[in-house]
Design a protein around this ligand. Structure first.
Ligand SMILES: Cc1cc2nc3c(=O)[nH]c(=O)nc-3n(C[C@H](O)[C@H](O)[C@H](O)COP(=O)(O)OP(=O)(O)OC[C@H]3O[C@@H](n4cnc5c(N)ncnc54)[C@H](O)[C@@H]3O)c2cc1C
Length: 402
């Protein structure tokens, strides 16, 4: 058994850490947080340093690597700052579905500018009446030969206010059964690419955390687009989205991992430096045990995330393809839940100071809370796991996963 990262992976992780420590400063974070602004300048810098598109093919300027390398970068960014780390990652994550299912032309049109840091992507699945249940969409897509026409409303789209393009899940065939007849469509924000109708976005105010991103309602009013904006196969939209989520949810888990690690480092330093009753508070067993447990929880979350990423990248060679959805849902529920406990503990270690923005643990707590919700709630991940576990061959489970 070899737990070591390759030299290239270590170099990527080190470079991401140096960038994050140098650029994702507290002053910048507070400014973006106060202004609810997207950290575009840092997004561009991250792109220039090659951290965006690590898993894209070389033809669009990508690194030709995998989920594991993305996980290492996201972990470091979110360790340094939860708000900026999440904002940068969520700006490029949706585009992964274009990498998986896009044509060569679509990859050039959408991924190449994204790798340069010029484009921000968004994915619009959720609707007012279809949240966890994506087996039917109210947003309609009508195919008219040379064009498609979209009609409907999406809600909670991250980056809605400034995304350059949206990946939209629509109901193509309204007579199809649950989970069928859906198609994914690429929608440019630039109206020059529209053949008629309107695209409108409206900000949904008052979020708990994730303040450096926009969350929008996105409305398509008979929006007509060239037919080459269809992504992948007509009628297989939901299946494609689920294929994307199998990879993206592992990267989402890395967000919580980094957020928890950053909080732990701060809490440990505080516990060693803060004195009460004439001694550092870490020497009170009650506080020391909290820190020890935080460390254990983080290590369990870390290695399960790395394993899920590795299994996803080596799913064919390691004969783990059927287990990837199980591992994906495992880390997507387990890591943010673990991080929530770790962050709560960090606030305890900081005492009253932990309740204020200054120590940067309450903001991490608020930022982490969304990770249990978006890209499929904790409950939906557990449902997915039960579905897979019921089907998995017991011999495979015993030999490969236990
Ligand atoms: C800040 C933010 C950013 C987001 N970004 C995006 C984005 O970029 N794109 C996008 O498409 N969506 C996005 N979402 C939407 C997010 O994915 C949904 O909110 C989430 O999937 C849950 O849907 P819902 O809010 O309608 O809750 P509901 O579906 O109404 O669920 C409510 C509760 O019931 C539980 N529940 C529902 N069904 C079941 C079941 N079968 N078994 C057990 N429990 C169940 C849920 O787990 C939840 O606890 C975002 C949401 C937020 C808050």
């Amino acid at each position: 058994m070899d737990f070591s990262l390759t030299k290239e992976q270590r170099d990527i992780k080190r470079a991401a850490r140096e960038f994050a420590r140098g650029e994702l400063t507290k002053e910048r974070a507070w400014q973006y947080e106060r202004e609810h602004a997207f950290p575009r300048e840092l997004y561009r810098k991250a792109a220039q340093l090659g951290f965006i598109g690590l898993d894209y093919p070389a033809e669009v300027g990508g690194g030709g690597l995998g989920v594991t390398e993305n996980v290492l970068v996201i972990e470091e960014l979110c360790k340094a700052d939860s708000g900026i780390g999440l904002a940068i990652h969520l700006a490029f994550l949706p585009a992964k579905i274009v990498k998986i299912f896009g044509t060569e032309e679509q990859r050039q049109r959408y991924l190449a500018p994204l790798v340069r840091g010029d484009f921000v992507s968004a994915i619009s699945l959720t609707e007012p009446d279809h949240g966890c249940d994506l087996t039917r969409m109210s947003t309609r897509m009508e195919y008219r030969g040379d064009r498609v026409v979209l009609d409907g409303t999406k809600i909670f789209t991250t980056n809605g206010a400034y995304a350059d393009f949206f990946v939209v899940l629509c109901q193509d065939d309204p007579t199809a059964g649950p989970g069928q007849g859906m198609t994914t469509v690429l929608v440019d924000r630039d109206p020059h690419h529209h053949l008629g109708g309107e695209l409108e976005t409206a900000e949904i105010e008052g979020k708990m955390g994730l303040k450096m991103t926009s969350s929008s309602e996105v409305v398509f009013k008979k929006l007509a687009l060239p037919a080459d904006r269809i992504l992948g196969e007509r009628g297989r939209g939901l299946q494609q989205v689920l294929g994307f989520l199998d990879q993206s949810r592992i990267e989402i888990a890395a967000q919580s991992l980094g957020i928890a690690e950053g909080a732990f480092a701060r809490a440990l330093a505080h516990a060693k430096g803060r004195k009460q009753f004439g001694q550092p508070i870490i020497d009170f067993q009650a506080v020391g045990h909290i820190l020890a447990r935080m460390f254990s929880r983080i290590q369990a979350a870390k290695w399960s995330t790395y394993y899920a990423a590795w299994a996803c990248d080596h799913r064919e060679a390691a004969k783990l393809a059927s287990a990837v959805p199980l591992l994906t849902s495992m880390v997507k529920h387990h890591v943010p839940e673990t991080a929530k406990e770790v962050l709560d503990d960090a606030i305890t270690v900081f005492g009253g100071y932990g309740y204020f923005l200054e120590q940067d643990v309450e903001r991490r707590y608020r930022d982490n809370r969304i990770i249990e919700i978006y890209e499929g709630t904790v409950q939906i991940q557990l449902n997915n796991m039960v579905r897979v576990l019921k089907k998995l061959n017991p011999d495979f489970l015993d030999a490969s996963l236990l």
